[in-house]
Write a protein that binds this ligand. Structure first.
Ligand code: PGA
Length: 257
């Protein structure tokens, strides 16, 4: 089964995803998605997707771009004031979800075990995921970034079966590089992506599974630095924040492949 799936996949997907965070109002969101759809033309080498604020998903339902949700609650329904379930997000057009963005981890205190619940809920709903991981500056400076990120994967993802793991997309987002204008160097990004792939291989005892997982880079990736980041053998695209709010710069990033 895994082999068949991998054969069908052949090579890793290239993905450029825009995380709009808590930006834009409805008219702006619609205008941005239309501008991106128009500019992307026939670029089929890269899959483009955007993660708008959830209240605008319905309005963007008919775009040709894949549209996802930045966050959700793992419960099916119930007394979770202010939260949204996967059924609700599907209902308004979300076809992929982010899990474990560093802002969810840092500002909303989402733990590895809570994120594991989200991973399981998404798989139960057959909802594709982009699982985010990444270390804060203090950990980077202590020299234990790979161990830190590997623990995030171990505690939230590595309980998945091999067949499920093949369907996961990972985004590595060094927290110190998010929204700061600082980017990991090409060497730092490649080393971490390679390390993440090695951790998958070690856990699943399979280089084929490790090689099938797309690993995106996030953290001040923009039109200027995307080409050199995407040229790294283990970088399969980007999760873009600030630079995704402008159609031309988002498309320039996608065209960097
Ligand atoms: P940034 O954000 O590109 O603005 O650094 C990336 C992200 O948080 O997804």
């Amino acid at each position: 089964m895994v082999k068949e799936k991998l054969f069908a996949k052949m090579s890793r997907k290239k993905i450029v995803a825009g995380n709009w965070k808590m930006n834009l109002i409805a008219q702006e969101a619609i205008a941005l998605v239309e501008a991106i759809a128009q500019l992307k033309q026939n670029n089929t080498a890269v899959e483009l997707m955007v993660f708008p604020p959830a209240i605008y998903l319905q309005a963007l339902k008919h775009t040709s771009l894949k549209v996802g949700a930045q966050n959700f609650h793992p419960a099916e329904k119930g007394a979770f004031t202010g939260e949204l379930s996967l059924n609700q997000l599907k209902d308004v057009g979300a076809s992929i979800v982010l899990i474990g963005h560093s802002e969810r981890r840092e500002l909303f205190l989402e733990s590895n075990s809570f994120l594991k619940e989200k991973v399981d809920a998404a798989f139960a709903h057959k909802m594709p995921i982009i699982f985010c991981c990444g270390e804060p500056l203090s950990i980077r400076e202590a020299g234990t970034a790979l161990e830190f990120v590997t623990l995030q994967l171990t505690e939230s993802l590595f309980h998945l079966s091999p067949v499920q793991m093949v369907d996961v997309t990972i985004a590595y987002e060094p927290i110190w590089a998010i929204g700061t204008g600082k980017t990991a160097t090409v060497e730092e990004a490649e080393a971490m992506h390679k390390g993440i792939r090695a951790a998958i291989e070690a856990h699943y005892q399979s280089s084929v599974i490790a090689d099938s997982v797309s690993i995106l880079y996030g953290g001040s990736c923009n039109a200027t630095n995307a080409a050199e980041l995407f040229a790294c053998p283990n970088v399969d695209g980007g999760l873009i924040g600030g630079a995704a709010l402008d159609a031309a710069s988002f498309i320039a990033i996608a065209n960097a492949f």
